[in-house]
Design a protein around this ligand. Sequence first.
Ligand code: BES
Ligand code: MN
Ligand code: ZN
Length: 503
Amino acid sequence: MNPSFTYESYLTAGSADAVVRLISAAELQNQAAHWVQPQIDEAVREQYARGLFKAESGQAEVIPSLGLHSAGTIIFVGYSPEDGLNGLRVAGATAAKALKRVKALTAQLQLPSEIVSGNEAYTAERAAQTLTEALLLAVYDRQPELREEKQRYSIRKLSIVNPAAGSNESPDTAEQWNAGIRKGQLMAEGVMAARDITNLPGNKLTPEGLAAHAEDMARELDLDIEVIDEWSAAEQGMGGLLAVGQGSVNLPRMIVFHYKGAPDQEETWGLIGKGITFDTGGISLKQPQGMEAMISDMGGAAAVLGAMRVIGETKPAVNVIAVIPTAENMPSDRAYKPGDVITMMNGLTVEVVNTDAEGRLVLADGLTTAIRRGATKLVDVATLTGAVLVALGVEATGAVTNDASLMEQVSRASEISGERVWQLPAYPEYKRLLSSDAADMKNSGGRHAGTITGGLFIGAFAENLPWVHLDIAGTAFLDRARGWEPKGATGVMVRTLVELVTE
Ligand code: BES
Ligand code: MN
Ligand code: ZN
């Protein structure tokens, strides 16, 4: 069921289960102002005066209308104009959660003029996109597989209005808002698709299953796709992908999307996502506590798929090669072992010192695949290291790069998306931790600077093209919900990737 979000004139907007008003502390201090209904306005003003509702970011005041208004519930959501686009995103998420709490299926969102018409910090279209993304994403929850299926909550109909505009509202406003809403809806669909597939357990999503899912999406959106099976991978020398996949009956795949939205341009994005459908650690087996979270070890693949979904829907004028190396990392009699020396697709040899450092092996062949197919700048997304949780916790995605200007572009995209990215240093000294007596490199540099050495291993396969590595091990799968992100899979980096390539 597709929710219907529209921008409407306040004068013609119909009634709804709930009315949401974004409100700032400054507005609440104005004794003469009125917002929704005189008595209800008085009630919220009093809550403010008593310090019970401060109109801060993340706060909502839910007031039953008791027949004073056609909507059953009036919700005031705190927001301050200084907080810019991401303040708006938090306000949207707060509003959506309050609507879910009161089980409102239809809602009217009333906005102050400085948001509706845009301001120095953001355009009207950006505001519309941001609010729509937040409203849709904040009420998502993992769909459990139950004997008796439960209905998922979603807002069915939401109209966004500016009560202050009256009858002199310009038709441009509605046009910009509806364009932003449309973009926000497509973004949210991309993110939710990424969350859904990441939340699938290992027995429900194998590498072949992931490839089938990608093929379905390609067919639906008319995208070119190539799925490389284990035979073809062997022919092309994908030693990293094959070594990681060889321990499992579920065979590995290399998935490649070819999107050419700008045929006369050379520049081609290479987006590479780690697709380990389950990571046991292999022979270097992980400890059992928390291993179930390793269903999310294809979160990078999901981010790339989600971004390709949005790209497939909007068909922007850019070129993208999207690559998803996918395998299941299992211990078995056939599994690759510590001490094995493998030859990668580009000819570099690697001494495997830890089979749990598998992501970088499949990604390395993923980078080579993207380059061979024409990528000129590379971004890889991966749940790569536990060490990124030690460094940054769950508050930011870690980045490693060989190119300051590409990094700058990624940072700008991440500021727009609200998905934090923090760059780690890539001093040449770190790379020495990967030197091996048996091969060109070893696949783990040990405990020091684990996120950086993991990144630099992948970067060794970038062939000097601009490259940014995004380690989402801390941000792809959460123990508790926050803002617009649920517990479990977050779909993080879908929106950052789309903002990046469509910038
Ligand atoms: N998939 C894991 C990283 C991970 C850890 C993701 C926690 C999400 C949450 C990765 O394959 C891994 O096992 N990395 C090792 C690398 C080490 C052996 C060099 C790690 O972080 O311990
Ligand atoms: Mn691992
Ligand atoms: Zn892994």
